[in-house]
Design a protein around this ligand. Structure first.
Ligand code: MF3
Ligand code: CO
Length: 260
């Protein structure tokens, strides 16, 4: 069952997403060699609480962090840990903020210091594919149009698309219907309607598409241990097209010319 949101509910979604975006900006201030992913988690945790929100990942199905930390080969759902970031790493930080009963979900993959051109291009392409997917998110289109747009964009450039993890509807719950895969056929899946809110989140690999789940039951990494990138926005379909509710602007302000 896909819950279409009223304009009032979308207004609440905007606010939750704005807080998520500001939180990502706070995280951006700390992403540098030597900083542990625990530190990034506590920065997010405090900022969300100080602003009246709830870090929705914390305790979700037993997840131990306020954010997911995705270093290098980690695709999604990595735990914050004592790992200290190193020059040349990439780290995706994925967070969900609940505010006034609604959720905003987003992810940004940061470079840590200087990264290789190969990995930069992976990140760049993944982020571009997010916007290509968002472009296909229009009333009357189908979810498969988003999926196909992301897949074609990335595969044409030689990258591979993770199959096991998807984007999703979002609202009062972090995960609602429909699933939004990053691969698929045009003209398939649910029809996109005004009032739909979805999180679009390409997870794209440098090497093969295969992933494994670590023994902690959560951490998803590439099987070949090559890098994976992940960018995510929450969007609402308003007046026939996708309004992007989350924003990378706070991140760009911090990173200046170092952003991807
Ligand atoms: N964006 C992630 C997702 O949709 C957020 C997961 S939070 C967690 O799966 F608690 F499930 F890890
Ligand atoms: Co998500």
């Amino acid at each position: 069952m896909i819950y279409l949101k009223t304009p009032e509910e979308i207004e609440k979604m905007r606010k939750a997403c704005a807080l998520a975006s500001q939180t990502l900006g706070e995280i951006a201030k700390w992403v540098t060699p030597g900083v542990t992913t625990h530190k990034l988690d506590s920065v997010a945790r405090e900022f969300i609480a100080d602003n009246g929100g709830r870090a929705a990942c914390l305790g979700y199905g037993g997840f131990p962090g306020a954010i997911c930390c995705e270093v290098n080969e980690i695709v999604v759902h990595g735990f914050p840990s004592n790992y200290a970031l190193r020059e040349g790493d990439i780290i995706g930080t994925d967070l969900v903020v609940e505010l006034d009963g609604f959720n905003g979900d987003m992810c940004y993959t940061f470079p840590v210091g200087e990264i290789s051109d190969e990995v930069y291009n992976l990140c760049r392409t993944t982020k571009e594919s997010l916007y290509v997917g968002i472009e296909a998110c229009k009333e009357g289109n189908r979810i498969g149009d988003i999926s196909n747009a992301v897949q074609i964009y990335c595969e044409k450039r030689g990258y591979s698309v993770v199959r096991e993890m998807c984007g999703h509807g979002i609202g009062k719950k972090m995960h609602e219907s429909p699933e939004v895969p990053n691969y698929g056929r045009r003209g398939t899946g649910p029809v996109i309607r005004n009032g739909m809110c979805i999180a679009i989140e390409p997870m794209i690999n440098l090497g093969s598409k295969n992933v494994v789940i670590e023994r902690d039951g959560w951490t998803c990494r590439t099987r070949d241990r090559r890098q994976s990138a992940h960018y995510e926005h929450t969007v609402a379909v308003v007046d026939g097209k996708a309004e992007i509710l989350t924003s990378f602007e706070p991140v760009y302000e911090v990173l200046q010319d170092r952003f991807i």
